[in-house]
Design a binder for this molecule. Sequence first.
Ligand code: KG4
Ligand code: ZN
Length: 372
Amino acid sequence: MRILGIETSCDETAVAIVEDCKKLLTNVVASSAEIHRKYGGIVPEVAARKQVESIIPVLTEAMTGYTKDDIDAIAVTVGPGLIGSLLVGVETAKTLAFAWNKPIIPVNHVLAHIYAVFLEQKNNLQLTTDNLQPIKFPAIALVVSGGHTELYLMNSPTQLRWLGGTLDDAAGECFDKTARLLGLPYPGGPAIAAAAAKLTTYNRQLTTKLPRPMIDDDSLNFSFSGLKTAVLREWKKHQELKNRHSGEEPKATTPESAKNGSWTSQDDSLVSTFAFEIQEAITDVLIAKTFRVATEHKVKSIIVTGGVAANKRLSQKFSSQFAVRSSQLSLYVPPPKFCVDSASYIAAYAHYHNKPVDWRSIEAKPDLSVEI
Ligand code: KG4
Ligand code: ZN
């Protein structure tokens, strides 16, 4: 079965064709991140306008070499996401379903992230001896993206149960907001990872250890807003200290100072130290909670997906935890290009959740629940 996936929930315009959940025939992604970079975050109207411009060229490119007769169904992200952005994908999918007379399958973007692990499995990071062995169930799936940090129990590719998630800021949001504070460019996750990697000799310069919010909490929920506030407080302390020494007025670090991907920080080493500490705090929480729930549910695998799963330090730490615990568990992390947004896993999800609806009834749902 060949499914054409369409994804426009945030700032990407993406179309992919996936065969039998595994084989990626085409995968085209256009992003407007460069434009948002100068604002330090996504401007929804700008993203939607760009998606209106991009959808036909992206669709045309993805369909190169294929005709409507090669497509069995259309899958489209209906939510959660930005309303203007979602509408572009949903209206396009409805038009195609009507014109081509194909079934249309609504997709929840957050749940769909998990299905990236079913794509081209040989590319997954796995701690199993057989690199091609199928995913063992039950599994715990952690979805860490810009707006979500969610844990699911997965008994099979079609059976998912939500266990806990974001109470306020998501992990990706915490990366993005703290990066902005440090004057690093958008998106903040890769920028923090790059700045942290520049820290050659570790010399703790922070006055206090950053908190690991809810790390010992019995619930399976997450909260990263306290960490963001702690970073802000600590950053201000350093700025005041610095200004006292130099006798200068405080200099604001703004997204503008980070234009074109290079920031002009007053102190690169301090920024790197902050970046390192932020990355450690976020990844510590994600790992501790995921392992706790994996143990509780006696699962066979852990799946980590979503944009933040592209973070190398996170997968490194997950891997070393597996080694330390000499675990019987298998770890699955998609390669970075399948962690961040694309339509590949939108189509993959639809393969397992093949519930077509009448094209007239499908609609964008910006607040679609992720608790199933
Ligand atoms: O899944 P995604 O592409 O979009 C959403 O569904 O939100 O995730 C985007 C998030 C952003 O917050 C971005 O900063 C974060 O993923 N991200 C990373 C990395 N690459 C992307 N966070 C940490 N390290 C990375 N390498
Ligand atoms: Zn996403």
